[in-house]
Design a binder for this molecule. Structure first.
Ligand SMILES: Nc1ncnc2c1ncn2[C@@H]1O[C@H](COP(=O)(O)OP(=O)(O)OP(=O)(O)O)[C@@H](O)[C@H]1O
Length: 714
């Protein structure tokens, strides 16, 4: 076997840039818009005064680097009063802190009634959640946000780093800062370093350095490994660019606040620290080394019912914790379920709390805050395949509200996928050329998917489910209930008999059945697997050519053209199409690590009425491929060499350029707009770099050879 280039096997997460979760362009959102406007008006008037209160409180004491203890102070978690928690243990400091808080409260109470609304009627000072103050302010006035990033920042830094204030008295002696190093956001007392005190800038890079290990990307940021400068310990940091279209300060602050509320739960990723500078936010979290759930399962190549049970228990436990605190996660899906350990599928932890929405318990709710918080849960969010019927209702305007049980529905979908390897609900249409399963938009398919979810009809095909215990099926059935009233809540899940004792160690067909499509172009796994399949083909042909002692140039000239077709793009070799790059939606292919050493093209179905994705067209290609004879030893990282050129056909607008610029593979259109970005991280290199270099040297401009590397598990 010839491997042109090996290396970079890190979990082949391929994430895309800034895309929203769901293509809703065809849906009638007018009702939602109207409702949203109403909410916004109410919200603005409700939080307007609160924003001012927040301003008062936080311009007096709001460091840019926010110690984790500030966010992990449970007592303050729902306090409307904001303020800053610096630590505990030092009497003088605590006395100062109490004074500080007393002043804040006084100020807050003094302003209990803000001046007036438009009609001159006095309106009460908003007294909702901590986060609502934050959000109120930022929603209220964009200029103010600017001010905070600019001059406001300096003002805060003055307080934090330099000029004398009451609080500085205590800071000068000793400060209890949050523990930056250990997991779990503990605190410890450390002397304040002169640098931190006097420096005009103190940010993420004073404490951490980035490594080049990319862990994942989402719509709002990329997640990378970073190391504590002091201890060398590794963490994950989500970096959100403020310049990005999707940057929302409100969103970041909400995520941080939710992280704070979720402090200490073993099945929720812990935020340890966060920073903000002029350009970016940095959220430092514990690093989850085992990767996203399905990817982990795929890489291991086997999965048992008992493992599925443990994962379910972990997720349910995280959900119970969140729900008990009035928080709905709202984006429970496999990418947001991360494995702690690279060698074991469990324990898992939930990440990505940026869509989470918190409601205060009824007795703590201020009438206005209640109104203001409704849009949080009424805003439809999440990824389509995992959407509960009531969330779909919200999209199509039939309903405006749903509650925390949308999370337990999503857990039901995940559990179904874990047990069978395919989703219970999939969209399909009559158009044979529809590219929905390859990631192209298809209104009919999307509508069909939504209808299926709304119908709540799914099956347990005997082929896969015959081997699965009745208890597991019973739990699935109780989760995939159309009516949220009938659906299990987190407590009921945890007390279900399937979770109460060990399940059978039946080896499931999940890894080989795992065709998993969702409708977000930012999904990595599918894209990665898609690459893998294409690379198999490419490598097969390249291998043959190398075997025939063709030169690199000959290989290159024969390798094919990357072309872009309107809303999708595909690769071809020598003009022969062999793959489609998913954009909005994508299909994942589980490459079975066959015990017999045979590669079996994935065959799957969502239900008897849902045909397998058209990826089977590709499997046709594989029928006579030497890939079939590959053994697990051939797993590795392969390169796809892609000369950029156009075949000149009218309907092919522009050739995307595929090239590798570690750690991301980017797909460009000719107008240099990036179509997609595929993130990968190097793990090792086993093939000679020299041959790659000469390969590129030999191939002359104007069509440079670009290489794409990807992990292939055979
Ligand atoms: N603590 C972590 N350790 C390891 N990997 C992580 C961690 N947090 C996130 N990731 C990876 O990064 C990906 C993106 O993270 P996250 O979902 O938080 O970003 P996001 O921009 O908020 O995404 P979304 O678009 O879903 O809102 C995750 O799916 C996961 O694969």
């Amino acid at each position: 076997m010839t491997i042109l280039h090996a290396g970079y096997p890190q979990s082949p997460i391929v994430h895309f840039g800034r895309h929203h979760n769901l293509n809703i362009s065809h849906l009638d959102l007018s009702k939602l818009d109207q409702a949203d406007n109403v909410f916004k008006q109410v919200n603005n008037s409700a939080v307007g005064g609160g924003g001012a209160a927040f301003h008062h409180l936080h311009t007096s004491a709001a460091p840019r680097h926010v110690a984790s203890s500030e966010f992990y102070d449970d007592e303050e978690a729902t306090s409307p009063r904001g303020g800053i928690e610096i630590g505990s243990g030092n009497d003088k400091m605590m006395a100062n802190l109490r004074r500080h808080r007393q002043r804040e409260r006084q100020a807050y109470e003094d302003e209990e009634w803000s001046s007036s609304d438009e009609s001159g009627r006095p309106i009460p000072r908003y007294a909702g959640r901590d986060t609502d103050h934050v959000f109120g302010e930022f929603e209220m006035d964009d200029d103010d946000v600017e001010m905070r990033s600019g001059s406001g920042r300096r003002q805060e830094e003055k307080h934090y780093y330099g000029e004398e204030t009451d609080e500085d008295e205590m800071e000068e002696e000793e400060e209890s800062v949050s523990e930056l190093l250990p997991l779990g956001g503990g605190t410890r007392r450390v002397p304040r370093t002169p640098r931190r005190k006097n420096s005009s800038k103190c940010g993420f890079f004073d404490y951490y350095k980035l490594t080049d290990e990319h862990l994942g990307s989402g719509a709002y940021g990329s997640v990378t490994t970073c190391k504590s400068i002091k201890s060398g310990q590794e963490f994950a940091v989500k970096i959100v660019d403020k310049q990005g279209e999707t940057h929302s300060r409100k969103r970041i602050l909400r995520e941080v606040n939710i992280f704070k509320t979720c402090k200490g739960h073993p099945n929720i990723v812990q935020l340890l620290d966060w920073f903000e500078d002029d350009n970016k936010f940095y959220l430092v979290m514990e690093k989850m080394r085992g990767g996203p759930l399905l990817q982990h399962i795929l890489e291991r190549g086997y999965f048992t019912e008992e493992e599925a049970r443990r994962v379910t228990k972990d997720i349910a436990s995280a959900l119970k914790f969140m729900h008990d605190r009035g928080i709905a996660h709202r984006d429970v899906k496999p990418e947001n379920v991360l494995c702690t350990d690279p060698n074991h599928v469990s324990p898992v932890k939930l990440c990505d709390l940026d869509l989470a929405s918190q409601r205060q318990p009824q007795h703590e709710r201020h009438p206005l805050s209640q109104v203001a918080s409704e849009p949080d849960l009424a805003s439809p969010v999440g990824s389509a395949e995992f959407m509960a019927p009531e969330v779909v209702d919200a999209y199509v305007g039939d309903a405006l509200k749903y509650d925390k049980k949308c999370d337990t529905w999503s857990l039901g979908v995940i559990l179904y996928i874990m047990l069978a390897g395919y989703a219970p609900f999939q969209g399909v249409c009559d158009d044979q050329d529809c590219g929905w399963s390859e990631g192209k938009p298809c209104e009919d398919c999307q509508q069909d998917l939504f209808h299926r979810i709304q119908d709540g009809y799914y099956e347990f095909p005997e082929e896969e489910w015959g081997m699965i215990s009745e208890e597991a099926k019973d739990l699935v059935s109780n989760l995939l209930k159309r009516d949220p009233v009938d659906r299990f809540n987190a407590d009921q899940i945890l007390s279900h008999r399937w979770l109460q004792q060990s399940a059978a160690s039946t080896i499931l067909q999940t890894p080989s059945n795992l065709i998993y499509r969702k409708d977000s172009a930012r999904d990595v796994q599918q894209m990665s697997e898609h690459f893998n399949l294409m690379n198999r083909l490419t490598d097969t042909r390249l291998s043959a050519r190398f075997d025939n002692k063709m030169t690199m140039s000959e290989c290159a000239s024969d390798l094919g053209t990357a072309t872009y077709h309107g809303d999708g793009s595909f690769l071809s070799m020598g003009g022969e199409p062999f793959g489609t790059f998913p954009r909005k939606k994508s299909v994942g292919i589980a490459i079975e690590k066959s015990r017999s050493g045979e590669f079996t093209p994935p065959i799957s179905r969502a239900s008897p009425t849902t045909p397998p994705p058209s990826m089977l067209d590709l499997s046709q290609d594989l029928t006579d491929s030497p890939v079939k004879r590959r053994s697990a030893d051939d797993s590795g990282t392969y390169s796809l060499f892609s000369p950029a050129s156009s075949n000149g056909e009218d309907n092919i607008r522009s050739p995307p350029i595929l090239f590798l610029e570690m750690p991301s593979i980017q797909l460009f259109g000719t107008d240099a707009t990036m179509l997609n970005s595929v993130q990968m991280t190097p793990r090792h290199t086993t093939e000679d770099e020299a041959s790659l270099n000469s390969f590129e040297d030999e191939h002359e401009a104007p069509n440079p050879i670009h290489r794409v590397e990807t992990q292939v598990n055979v």
